[in-house]
Design a protein. Sequence first.
Lengths: 388, 177
Amino acid sequence: MIRLGLFFFFFAFSQYALGSTLSSSRVEPSSLEELSESKLLTFFKNKEILKQGDELILFSQTTFLPTHNEFYLESTLDGVKVDMMQSSESLWLSKFSAFSEVKEHLYSVNIFAMNKKEKNRTENALKQLKKELRLLKKALLVETDPARIEALEKEKAQKEAYRDSLEEALENLKVFVKTESFSFSVEQNTENGNFPYLTAISPGVGLNIGGGVLTLSGFNFLPNSIVKIGGVNASVLSESASSIQVISPTFATLGVKEVEVSYPVEQKNTVLKNSFTVTDQGILKNLRPVANAQTYVTAIHPVTNPVALDASTSYDENNPNELDYVWTVITAPNNSGVVPGSTLPNQPNPSVMPGKKGTYVFELRVRESSTSEHLESLPINIILEVTK
Amino acid sequence: MKHALSLFLLSISLFNPTVRATEVLDTKIIETYVDATYDEGDSAILRTQFFSKPDNQNLEFDLISKINDVEISVHRINDFEIFSTLEDLAIGSYTWAVQVVLQDKRLATDLKISLTNFANRISEIDTELLDATDPEEIADLEAERAELVELSSTVQDQLTKIRTPFLNPITKTFIVE
């Protein structure tokens, strides 16, 4: 066994040494320059949309290299080195078990060129050597003769030293070419109950000097929430699984901000983009909501199904999603079942059942439902034309 | 002349997405060959011949071949010849369905080589597991095997994703007596 091992050892060494002598061809500097100016990698991932909790496999395919060289890749994710597996000569994979945080990631690949023959020869020698080391380790476990153990230990030490030198030689074969990067984002997982999910912040506007109480609504909030609005920490007043109250912090800049609730220990977070507007004291005022609707609707007589009106694009900049819808019938054909002066349900998409041909006119006003002022929009008219 | 026409139509269909694959059905792009009957225990060669290939050299045709709805492996000789073999046939009626797909040549090759490399390593691990006695080594080998199986599945999915069905599936039946 030992003799056979030694034979392979010296065979592998002689092959490696011979190869090193014969082939001194390294990566030419001129070709390096050309390579560094070209796009060398195509990135793709196993999922188009990546959500919290999803496993990800990132593929990096190298371009064709028409020389005696081949590429070697090393990668980092957000600056931390990650494993890569070479699955074919030009395809490399990195596997990530799951991402918990909603954020943008940067995957960077350092591209090296290596002399193909030297790399293969060194790798084959290494593979053989590692196999022999495994066998030696097994032999040492069962050997009882002290002299044999000493011989095996000596052989093992020699081979380990040789393995280290081969690994160093392999490392030295790498010639850095360039770095290429690929960014991808992890999105909110709203279906999996394992992740916090922020759905709203109220009010949606605040002063740059801070100070107001803001209520964050959502699901699956954990204890010890850290709330950031536009990257600025907000002090938490109270928290439950579905609601967090914070004091609005002081902001250095005005404008629309994102709100993030995070849990560093659990490495989870939830982000609501463009959800909070910071304004200065001078211009902060409650603005009138705006009624907006599809203003001309048609239907064919006889109408068999209710006709839906659509005012879902109405809005209130100060208090999003907190509107009352005041619909009034202005005119309608006689005996049509729709009575002038009557109202429709308080909702963005009420339905009517016009019983006759003719023109129906509805007025819509939207009104703030949560403020003390209950500001109302200017009215708009919606025409429903029922034709034959 | 006929080949020139089919190549012409094919090139139109590849670069003009509004031209449907069925529009080039009349021109012969592939032919499949299998005998109508075999004897029990025989081997069958299922041969597919392409009469043209995509003008775009980055693309290639490939086949998804199924016997009674179960996918079988295909062996590619070149851009025009692909075959599968069925050995030791059992008595019964068989339906051979062939789906032509269009794919990125280099990427498909890389993915297929990856699948072969994974399968080879899985096979090596299975052999190593037969001899392994150290529980730590066994656990490592089994973990590596499980990861390779999972990766194979992902790579196979990726291969499916990059394939666009080209013509309608072609089916042939044969009987083993």
